[in-house]
Design a protein around this ligand. Sequence first.
Ligand code: C2E
Ligand code: CA
Ligand code: CA
Length: 724
Amino acid sequence: MFFSDLKMKTKPLALIVDDDNSSRMTMAAALRKAGFAIEQAASGEMAIALFNEKRPNLIFLDVMMPGMDGFQTCREIRSCLGGEYVQILMVTGLNDIESIEKAFLAGGNDFIAKPINWAMLCHRAHYMLRTGKALKEIHLSRSFLAKTQDIAKIGNWKVDYQDNLCTISAEAAQLLGLSPGQREDLAIATLLDTVVGREKKFEYAIVEEAIRERKTFTVNFQIVFAGRARHIHMHGEVLRTETGDPELFLGVVHDSTQMKQAEKEIRYLAFYDSLTGLANRTLLLNRLDQVLEHSKRNKRSFALLFMDIDHFKQINDSMGHHAGDILLKNTADVLKQCVRRSDVVAAGAGDTPDNLVARHGGDEFVIILSEIVSSENAAVVARRILQAIPQKQVIDGQEISVTASIGISVFPEDGRDADTLLRHADTAMYHAKKRGNNQYQFFKEALNTAAVLRFALERDMKTALANGDFILHFQPQLRFSDGGILGAEALIRWNHPQKGFVPPDQFIAIAEDCGLIVDINKWVIETACLQNRKWRDMGLPAMRIAVNLSGYRFGEQNIVKILQDTLTRYALDGDSIEVEVTENVLMHDTEAIIETLHGIKDLGIKVALDDFGTGYSSLSYLTSFHVDTIKIDRSFVMDCCDNKKNRIIIKAIIAMGHSLDMEIVAEGIESVEQFRLLKKYGCDEYQGYYFSPPVSAIKFESLLQEKALTSVKEQKSGTRIPAP
Ligand code: C2E
Ligand code: CA
Ligand code: CA
């Protein structure tokens, strides 16, 4: 059966190495008969030369030779190129156990003892030939696998369940930035050594559990080493024995960086407009669905701005597509800038989707303002965009005039689905165009009216400051214990030349939106200090005036410096003024706020937390901002006599505030019942119509004098009248 090998086209080549001429001849004759082609060498040196030249399939090597002996020759052949896998049969003396051992150590595959049994020799030669072929195939397939993995950037590693050893292939080690080889137990940790980012712990747990529980896993992660980041895909599976017992855990690692990059590029092509880099229609609709869902779930409002460049078609037709493209790109840049400044938009919870600017097609752009407090916020952005687009632009050396029109729809008033909202914003845009260029228009007329009113107020407010149309009114603040007036809260009033009295509720929010609040805060501090100085100069008792300060970026308004300068200018101490802020103010940019509040306190000025109970009412605001006073919001005081829930809240606020060493002020005390209740609960101070509404400075002076008079009367008559 072995002779089937002889069907090979060329005969297998055997090299016989023996210094003894007759031994060689006999062996050659026997092997020839068994179907081998023969080469002969009389020494080790000759054998090596012949091996390199002829590449025999089998070598018969006599161990006892003068000069280079068989062992040495065997070692030399093994170190030749291609010598690793050739089959070598060592010919030893009978019972020469030492030689047999040496032959194996030198790298022989088998041995045969002299005198030789020729029939056996031929059979053995064929066995060896077959083994040699199998070994060569394994070698080839191994290098093929390694090469393929190298090309495909795939590496592998395995954990042997017998000894818990982990072996990492050279490719895997290279991909993971590790040194190849074997490691014990901690192997899984080192496998994921270079993983970066938050996932690390997570990936580690998955891989570890999969190996321990012997189950398949797939993970994707990013690694960084040698200053390069790569994406890696790792997959692991159990290999079992025939009886089903887990034997090996095999893992492959694959560098998916290029794939990820390709994915990114595909995503970009699919979702972004190549000319402007803005989101395209597909992404717009996608995001619109998300925002809709978010707004429905959280009962929030959002706005769509639909913008179109006026006369774009004429520009494109007369100046060419190149000019048109430049104009579109310029416009896209302006839009990105205007929407990035999101200070007009609500500070939403962390999961609010971002605003989005998209090219809807042609010269149409759509902006999603993903969370707005009121529809006027959308008008602010629309106005800002129209102002930011340069009306004169030089394109290709030619000056053109550019304007745009914007239509606005608001969720949920103007539609509850993407289609309707887009259509209504589009309709509004056409109305804006009809009204003349460079306009914006809400879908609903009522919102237009509101927006127009709002911007008229904004415009007038700027002149009001310069014209002295603002004044401060003062509402007394009193102690519960003895009814003494310890100060006043300054409340702004606007005496509008046409509209008459405008309450602060109607203009403070607008001032905060457009940034005018910074100047108003300054004016309030200045006026409150000036008034306080006047009263002191009149000989009235020293008093503390509380000012309301607010505005976005409270920490960046230079408040501390303004307070310090003003106090110095009027020769007043820190305790002649108090600052009232709301939780809203504290919610923004915390670092700067903490610094500002510390600065205020360093001046000896006390800080009160206004409207407490209506916002987040978080204990952490109270402790981390170290406020001195809590003002219980008027809404709790209002019906505290009939509403048990309110009474419980009031009691809780007082208990909590006192435990933190804070003073508690009740706002809006209107009746004697409310007064008695709050006093009973241990509240420290109060203000409200019960004693006095906010009044002008002159009236406040007479209030003080009246109060002084009553106290004198009380003392004289010995009666005790409940305040006021
Ligand atoms: P606030 O700081 O909570 O001021 C208390 C408001 O309650 C004042 O309204 C005051 O007139 C009113 N009030 C006081 N006692 C009673 C009462 O017994 N019953 C009733 N029904 N109301 C009472 P006002 O003056 O209209 O001010 C409204 C809000 O406008 C203020 O609420 C404050 O948030 C803001 N504001 C007022 N002045 C300024 C200011 O100078 N700067 C800033 N940033 N905000 C101001
Ligand atoms: Ca206040
Ligand atoms: Ca208040």
